[in-house]
Ligand binder design. Sequence first.
Ligand code: PR8
Length: 468
Amino acid sequence: MSKFSEWFHNILEEAEIIDTRYPIKGMHVWLPQGFQIRKNALKLLKSILDEDHEEVLFPLLIPEDELAKEAIHVKGFEEEVYWVTHGGLTPLGKKLALRPTSETAMYPMFALWVRSHQDLPMRFYQVVNTFRYETKHTRPLIRVREITTFTEAHTVHTNSQEAEEQVERAIEIYSSFFDQMGIPYVVTRRPEWDKFPGADYTMAFDTLLPDGKTLQIGTVHNLGQTFAKTFQITYETDDGQHEYVYQTCYGLSDRIIASILGVHGDEAGLSLPPEVAPYQVVVVPIIFKEGAQEVLDFCGELKNQLRSSGIRVHLDDRDLRAGKKFYEWEMRGVPLRIEIGPRDLKEGKIVLKRRDTLEKEFVEYQEEQVVDLVNDRLQRITTNLKEQAWEMLLENLREVNTLDEARDTIQEDGGIVSFLWCGDEACGKDMEEKVQVDILGIQEDADTGECVNCKEKARYRALLARTY
Ligand code: PR8
C-alpha cells in the first residue's frame, strides 16, 4: 500500500473509528465502532496483566515539584508537558502538570507503601489518558497529544536480577498480546540516545506498517534505582538495613489500535482479528419477493443460535441492496459473513465469506454443527491474519553488508534493515544522518565482522528503519 497515510485517515472516518474533527490538534473522539475495538483489545490485555499485576488509578494532575524531582526524567518531558495554572480565577500556588506518564505521580506514593522486603515485589498497572504536547506531526492514534489508552505498568523489586526478570516477563506479556492480535514485531534494545528519560535501558517493540515505515508499539524500561533514589523508595531488609528498590515500567498506547487496523487492512478496508472485531459475524439475508419471510426467519434463528453461544453476531436485515451491505461490512472489517437466500435455504446450504481471504464457501447447513463451523472459521481467520502479517514483516527485513546497501534498500524497498554495528553513539548518529533513518536498536550481540559505517569491530546486530 503506497498511500498508507491517506488510506489510514480515510478508513478511520469511513469505518467510524475516530472523529478527527475535535477542535484541539492531536485530540480525537472515539466513535462507537472504534470504542468497541478498543474495549475488546483492552479486555484481552487486562486479562493477561491481571494474572500477576494489580490495577490501580492515580490522579491526572502532578504537582510541579514532584514532576521536577527526577532531573533526567523532567528534562526528557519538559517540552511536552501541559500545565494547569489556575483554579477558576485563582492562580494556583503550585502549578499542576497533566501527566505525560505517571512515574512522578506514583513513586512518591510507592515511597509510602514500600516498607519491608515482604511488601515486594509490587506490580501495578493503570489504563488512563496521558497528555504530551508532541511537536512532531500529529496523526490519529499514532502520534496524539491526548493518549487515551495509555496502559502503564510499574513494578518494584528488592534486587536488580528480579527487575531484569520482570523486563523479560513484560516482553513475554506484550509478545503474547501482540500474537493474539496477529501483530508482528521486532524487539530491540533502544540505543542510549533513544531510551526513556531516567531509564537504565529501554526495550522496544516495533511493527511494520504497509508503507514500509516502522511504528513503535510498546516499550519496557528497566529503571534501575534512579527513581528509587530520587523518591526515597526504600525497604527494610531482614537485618534492619534500608535499601533502595529496583524498578521497571512498561507501556502501550492507542498505537495498538493503529497497528491492528494498519497491519491487517487492505484496499477493501479493515480486516479485523475476530478477538477484537465489534461484530465477528454478520448474517445477510438475500431477499427476493418469493420466500422472503422464510429467509428472514431462518437468519433470525441462526443469529440467536450464534449469539447464545457467545459469538458477536449481527443480522443485517435493512431494506438495502445486498451488494451495498457486503461493501459496508467488508470495509468495516467483519471477519466472517454468512449469506442466505431462498435457493440456499431450499438446498440446505449457507454461504460463508471470509474477509481475510475474500473466499466464498458453500457449506451444508446442519443446526447442531453450525456453531462449531463458525468458530472454526474464526479461528482460521485469526491464524491466517497473523501468518500473513508475519510474512509481510519478515519479507521486509533485509540484511545488508554496507552502508550504501542500507541506503539503497531503505530508499527502494523501505522496511527494516539488519546490519552490524560497533555500538558507538557518534557512529550511530552519523549513520542515522547519512541514511536518513533511525536506528531502532540492538537485536543481539555479534562476535564477528565489522561495523558497516566506521569499519571498527562489530559488537552488535542492529536494526534500522524509517519510523513514525
Ligand atoms: C513510558 N512510563 O511512558 P514511553 N501517541 C501515541 N502513542 C504514544 C505517544 C503518542 N504521542 N507517545 C508514546 N506513545 C513509560 C512506560 C509508563 C509506561 C506510546 O514509556 O514514553 C509508544 O508506543 O515509551 C510507547 O511505546 C508507549 O506509548 C509508552 O511510552
